[in-house]
Design a protein around this ligand. Sequence first.
Ligand code: GRF
Length: 231
Amino acid sequence: MIRLWVLVKRKILALLGLRDYLRIGILISGRGSNMEAIIKGCKEGKIYGKVVVVISDNPNAKGLEVARKYGVRAFYVYPGKYKAKFEEDREWEYVRILKKYAVDIVVMAGFMRIIGKPLLSSFPNRVINIHPSLLPKYPGLDTHRRVLEAGEEEHGCTVHFANEIVDGGKIIMQAKVRVSPDDTPEELAKRVLAKEHKILVKTLSLISEGKISYETLDSPIVYGPDDEIVT
Ligand code: GRF
Protein backbone atom coordinates (compact mmCIF):
# COMPACT_ATOMS: atom_id res chain seq x y z
CA MET A 1 0.00 0.00 0.00
CA ILE A 2 2.74 2.46 1.02
CA ARG A 3 4.77 1.44 -2.04
CA LEU A 4 1.87 2.03 -4.38
CA TRP A 5 1.16 5.43 -2.87
CA VAL A 6 4.85 6.43 -3.12
CA LEU A 7 4.93 5.29 -6.75
CA VAL A 8 1.83 7.32 -7.66
CA LYS A 9 3.05 10.38 -5.72
CA ARG A 10 6.43 10.22 -7.47
CA LYS A 11 4.82 9.96 -10.91
CA ILE A 12 2.76 13.08 -10.18
CA LEU A 13 5.77 14.96 -8.76
CA ALA A 14 7.86 13.97 -11.80
CA LEU A 15 5.17 15.34 -14.13
CA LEU A 16 5.43 18.61 -12.22
CA GLY A 17 9.22 18.52 -12.48
CA LEU A 18 9.60 17.95 -8.73
CA ARG A 19 11.52 15.37 -6.73
CA ASP A 20 10.24 13.46 -3.74
CA TYR A 21 12.17 13.33 -0.48
CA LEU A 22 14.56 10.44 0.23
CA ARG A 23 12.94 7.60 2.17
CA ILE A 24 15.53 6.35 4.66
CA GLY A 25 15.54 2.98 6.46
CA ILE A 26 17.98 2.60 9.35
CA LEU A 27 19.45 -0.57 10.88
CA ILE A 28 20.72 -0.32 14.45
CA SER A 29 21.99 -2.62 17.18
CA GLY A 30 22.32 -0.35 20.21
CA ARG A 31 22.13 3.17 21.49
CA GLY A 32 21.24 4.76 18.16
CA SER A 33 22.98 8.11 18.45
CA ASN A 34 23.87 8.05 14.73
CA MET A 35 20.25 7.20 13.95
CA GLU A 36 19.10 10.12 16.10
CA ALA A 37 21.47 12.48 14.29
CA ILE A 38 19.88 11.41 10.99
CA ILE A 39 16.31 11.81 12.29
CA LYS A 40 17.20 15.29 13.57
CA GLY A 41 18.99 16.13 10.30
CA CYS A 42 15.76 15.35 8.44
CA LYS A 43 13.57 17.25 10.87
CA GLU A 44 15.87 20.29 10.74
CA GLY A 45 15.84 20.28 6.95
CA LYS A 46 19.57 19.46 6.57
CA ILE A 47 18.55 16.25 4.78
CA TYR A 48 15.78 16.31 2.19
CA GLY A 49 14.54 13.03 3.53
CA LYS A 50 12.57 11.19 6.14
CA VAL A 51 13.43 8.20 8.31
CA VAL A 52 10.48 5.94 7.50
CA VAL A 53 11.52 2.83 9.42
CA VAL A 54 14.14 1.65 11.92
CA ILE A 55 14.94 -2.03 12.46
CA SER A 56 17.11 -3.51 15.17
CA ASP A 57 18.62 -6.96 15.52
CA ASN A 58 18.68 -6.44 19.28
CA PRO A 59 15.42 -6.41 21.24
CA ASN A 60 17.02 -4.26 23.95
CA ALA A 61 18.47 -1.62 21.64
CA LYS A 62 18.01 1.79 23.28
CA GLY A 63 17.70 3.29 19.82
CA LEU A 64 14.29 1.65 19.32
CA GLU A 65 12.80 3.81 22.07
CA VAL A 66 14.62 6.86 20.79
CA ALA A 67 13.18 6.36 17.29
CA ARG A 68 9.65 5.92 18.66
CA LYS A 69 10.05 9.12 20.70
CA TYR A 70 10.44 10.90 17.36
CA GLY A 71 7.37 9.14 15.95
CA VAL A 72 9.42 6.84 13.72
CA ARG A 73 8.21 3.24 13.21
CA ALA A 74 10.79 1.02 14.91
CA PHE A 75 10.90 -2.76 15.13
CA TYR A 76 13.04 -5.49 16.58
CA VAL A 77 13.33 -8.25 14.00
CA TYR A 78 14.92 -11.57 14.95
CA PRO A 79 18.08 -11.95 12.84
CA GLY A 80 18.54 -15.68 13.35
CA LYS A 81 20.70 -17.76 15.65
CA TYR A 82 24.14 -16.49 14.60
CA LYS A 83 26.00 -13.77 16.48
CA ALA A 84 27.62 -11.91 13.62
CA LYS A 85 25.63 -12.80 10.50
CA PHE A 86 22.02 -13.34 9.42
CA GLU A 87 20.12 -16.51 8.81
CA GLU A 88 19.21 -15.97 5.18
CA ASP A 89 15.44 -16.13 5.56
CA ARG A 90 15.66 -13.58 8.40
CA GLU A 91 17.65 -11.21 6.24
CA TRP A 92 14.88 -11.51 3.60
CA GLU A 93 12.43 -10.50 6.33
CA TYR A 94 14.46 -7.30 6.85
CA VAL A 95 14.26 -6.71 3.08
CA ARG A 96 10.51 -7.28 3.11
CA ILE A 97 9.96 -4.64 5.80
CA LEU A 98 12.31 -2.11 4.18
CA LYS A 99 10.50 -2.63 0.85
CA LYS A 100 7.11 -2.34 2.54
CA TYR A 101 8.13 1.15 3.69
CA ALA A 102 9.40 1.94 0.18
CA VAL A 103 12.88 2.74 1.42
CA ASP A 104 15.28 4.36 -1.09
CA ILE A 105 18.41 3.95 1.00
CA VAL A 106 19.43 1.73 3.91
CA VAL A 107 21.78 3.12 6.55
CA MET A 108 23.68 0.79 8.84
CA ALA A 109 24.06 3.10 11.83
CA GLY A 110 25.86 1.12 14.49
CA PHE A 111 24.47 -2.14 13.07
CA MET A 112 26.80 -4.84 14.34
CA ARG A 113 25.90 -7.61 11.91
CA ILE A 114 27.33 -8.68 8.57
CA ILE A 115 24.84 -8.25 5.74
CA GLY A 116 24.67 -10.52 2.73
CA LYS A 117 23.03 -11.05 -0.61
CA PRO A 118 19.40 -10.39 0.39
CA LEU A 119 20.05 -6.79 1.47
CA LEU A 120 22.85 -6.07 -0.99
CA SER A 121 20.98 -7.37 -4.03
CA SER A 122 17.68 -5.76 -3.01
CA PHE A 123 19.25 -2.32 -2.51
CA PRO A 124 22.18 -2.35 -4.95
CA ASN A 125 24.68 0.40 -4.06
CA ARG A 126 22.08 1.87 -1.79
CA VAL A 127 23.24 0.49 1.55
CA ILE A 128 25.65 2.72 3.45
CA ASN A 129 27.59 2.09 6.65
CA ILE A 130 29.31 4.27 9.23
CA HIS A 131 32.56 2.91 10.63
CA PRO A 132 34.70 4.39 13.40
CA SER A 133 38.09 4.43 11.65
CA LEU A 134 39.76 5.92 8.62
CA LEU A 135 39.14 2.96 6.32
CA PRO A 136 40.84 1.00 4.83
CA LYS A 137 42.73 1.20 8.13
CA TYR A 138 41.21 -0.62 11.10
CA PRO A 139 38.18 -2.45 9.76
CA GLY A 140 36.37 -4.55 12.36
CA LEU A 141 35.83 -4.00 16.07
CA ASP A 142 37.58 -2.15 18.87
CA THR A 143 39.08 0.44 16.56
CA HIS A 144 39.84 3.11 19.17
CA ARG A 145 41.94 0.84 21.35
CA ARG A 146 43.79 -0.54 18.31
CA VAL A 147 44.53 2.96 17.05
CA LEU A 148 45.97 4.00 20.44
CA GLU A 149 48.05 0.84 20.71
CA ALA A 150 49.50 1.45 17.27
CA GLY A 151 50.52 4.98 18.30
CA GLU A 152 48.62 6.63 15.45
CA GLU A 153 48.57 10.41 15.32
CA GLU A 154 45.26 10.60 13.55
CA HIS A 155 42.06 8.63 13.61
CA GLY A 156 38.50 9.26 12.46
CA CYS A 157 35.48 7.76 10.79
CA THR A 158 34.21 6.74 7.40
CA VAL A 159 30.88 6.56 5.59
CA HIS A 160 30.97 4.04 2.77
CA PHE A 161 28.73 2.07 0.47
CA ALA A 162 28.41 -1.45 1.83
CA ASN A 163 29.41 -4.49 -0.17
CA GLU A 164 30.05 -8.14 0.63
CA ILE A 165 33.37 -7.30 2.35
CA VAL A 166 33.01 -6.21 5.98
CA ASP A 167 33.80 -2.47 6.17
CA GLY A 168 34.70 -2.63 2.48
CA GLY A 169 33.01 -0.77 -0.34
CA LYS A 170 33.44 2.59 -1.98
CA ILE A 171 34.27 5.35 0.51
CA ILE A 172 31.97 8.37 0.44
CA MET A 173 33.19 10.59 3.25
CA GLN A 174 35.74 10.64 6.05
CA ALA A 175 36.46 12.93 8.99
CA LYS A 176 39.72 12.98 10.91
CA VAL A 177 40.48 13.65 14.56
CA ARG A 178 43.87 14.21 16.18
CA VAL A 179 45.04 11.54 18.61
CA SER A 180 46.90 12.69 21.69
CA PRO A 181 49.25 10.33 23.53
CA ASP A 182 47.21 10.51 26.76
CA ASP A 183 43.87 9.73 25.07
CA THR A 184 41.83 6.81 26.37
CA PRO A 185 39.73 4.67 23.99
CA GLU A 186 36.61 6.21 25.60
CA GLU A 187 37.73 9.81 25.02
CA LEU A 188 38.72 9.02 21.48
CA ALA A 189 35.41 7.25 20.84
CA LYS A 190 33.52 10.33 22.01
CA ARG A 191 35.39 12.68 19.66
CA VAL A 192 35.03 10.27 16.74
CA LEU A 193 31.31 9.79 17.41
CA ALA A 194 30.66 13.53 17.10
CA LYS A 195 32.31 13.37 13.67
CA GLU A 196 30.30 10.26 12.72
CA HIS A 197 27.10 12.21 13.28
CA LYS A 198 28.39 15.06 11.12
CA ILE A 199 29.50 13.02 8.13
CA LEU A 200 26.44 10.78 8.14
CA VAL A 201 24.15 13.81 8.01
CA LYS A 202 26.35 15.48 5.38
CA THR A 203 26.43 12.33 3.24
CA LEU A 204 22.65 11.89 3.39
CA SER A 205 22.18 15.57 2.71
CA LEU A 206 24.22 15.29 -0.52
CA ILE A 207 22.52 12.03 -1.54
CA SER A 208 19.05 13.49 -0.87
CA GLU A 209 19.87 16.49 -3.05
CA GLY A 210 21.03 14.19 -5.83
CA LYS A 211 24.59 15.56 -5.57
CA ILE A 212 26.27 12.21 -5.00
CA SER A 213 25.51 8.61 -5.81
CA TYR A 214 27.52 5.42 -6.09
CA GLU A 215 27.78 5.95 -9.85
CA THR A 216 28.84 9.61 -9.80
CA LEU A 217 31.20 9.66 -6.82
CA ASP A 218 34.79 9.31 -7.99
CA SER A 219 36.77 10.24 -4.89
CA PRO A 220 35.96 10.44 -1.17
CA ILE A 221 35.23 13.75 0.53
CA VAL A 222 37.66 14.07 3.44
CA TYR A 223 37.44 16.53 6.34
CA GLY A 224 40.48 17.34 8.47
CA PRO A 225 40.44 17.64 12.29
CA ASP A 226 39.31 21.27 12.11
CA ASP A 227 36.47 20.41 9.73
CA GLU A 228 38.40 21.79 6.78
CA ILE A 229 37.97 19.94 3.49
CA VAL A 230 41.19 18.04 2.74
CA THR A 231 40.11 16.46 -0.55
C1 GRF B 1 29.37 3.93 16.41
O1 GRF B 1 30.64 4.30 16.82
C2 GRF B 1 29.46 3.16 15.12
O2 GRF B 1 30.37 3.68 14.23
C3 GRF B 1 29.89 1.82 15.62
O3 GRF B 1 29.10 1.62 16.76
C4 GRF B 1 28.78 2.88 17.33
C5 GRF B 1 27.28 2.95 17.39
O4 GRF B 1 26.83 4.10 18.03
N1 GRF B 1 29.82 0.81 14.61
P1 GRF B 1 25.32 4.52 17.98
O5 GRF B 1 24.47 3.29 18.22
O6 GRF B 1 25.05 5.14 16.65
O7 GRF B 1 25.17 5.51 19.11
